[in-house]
Ligand binder design. Structure first.
Ligand code: SAM
Length: 260
């Protein structure tokens, strides 16, 4: 594990890389620049990744999948902190990510593979990446992509079965739609659903198959992570539905009642 320190100008300093983190005020200044490494994560996230690393044996995290790359700073952070044998990165954008390309060149690193133009809802595409880059076993998954329900769910269904026993599945920013806004209206109101129903579905899976999801942690409001249990899940695995056309959450609250 590479040690890092924090700098006064809002960066994480590894021996080989300086990565600016999101301080809440520096996105406009750093978010578009190719000459700095910038990760779209606050310090609280970084602390949780540090804890996750500390709770596992050395060299546990050899195969990592990051979904949602942006400027590449998060990938560089994962690469520096966990020192994996392979970090596969997926993003729906087709635009090159010059900062990440530069990092790979500077580090002379073959241990990051970038898959652009791949939607996180593309189950087959994700499974192809896991088979080709990660030898079909993942130790850590970081979903920091769309933060929408259907897409986040599809990624989970495709990838969670291939997470190794004890492996970690992170979903970032799961609660974005539910934070309090000063004027009482959301600043960002897309047409797609927030991932909140997925959180309920994960709890149902945890309750019904405790050996599939061994543990669920919500270390703070922006982040959750699950620990994979030992129960095998078929590649065709699908989560239970928490809401839908026929009663959804209401029916789940009273599973003993007859359907009308
Ligand atoms: C929050 S940013 C990722 C930040 C990055 N992980 C970091 O720490 O710096 C979200 C990224 O997800 C990508 N994205 C959005 N929707 C996606 C989808 N459906 N499939 C894959 N990537 C998606 C966006 O293009 C964007 O680059």
């Amino acid at each position: 594990m590479a040690d890092f320190s924090l700098t006064k100008d809002g960066a994480i300093l590894f021996p080989n890389a300086k990565i600016y983190y999101d301080t809440g005020t520096n996105l406009a200044a750093f978010g578009e620049r190719d000459d700095v490494f910038f990760m779209h994560k606050r310090l609280a996230y970084i602390r949780v990744y540090q804890q996750i690393l500390g709770l596992h044996p050395a060299n546990f995290f050899q195969n990592i999948l990051e979904v949602g790359v942006f400027r590449g700073g998060g990938a560089i952070f994962l690469h520096q902190l966990f020192e994996p044998a392979m970090l596969a990165c997926v993003d729906v954008t087709k635009d090159p990510i010059p900062t990440l390309d530069r990092y790979m060149r500077e580090q002379n690193s073959q241990s990051i593979h970038l898959h652009l133009g791949l939607n996180q809802a593309d189950r087959d595409g994700l499974q192809r990446v896991i088979a080709s880059d990660l030898q079909s076993t993942v130790d850590l998954v970081v979903d920091d992509a769309s933060h929408f329900y259907a897409e986040t769910r599809a990624t989970f269904e495709a990838v969670f079965p291939q997470l190794r026993n004890g492996g970690i599945y992170v979903i970032e920013d799961w609660g974005w739609a539910h934070g309090k806004r000063p004027e009482g209206k959301p600043a960002y109101a897309p047409a797609k659903k927030s991932p909140l129903p997925l959180i309920t579905e994960l709890l149902i899976l945890h309750a019904s198959e405790p050996n599939a999801i061994e543990d669920i942690h919500i270390p703070f409001h922006g982040m959750m992570y699950l620990v994979r249990g030992r129960a095998p899940l078929a590649p065709s695995f699908r989560l239970p539905r928490a809401e839908g056309a026929s009663g959804g959450l209401r029916r789940l609250a009273w599973p003993w009642r007859k359907r009308r």
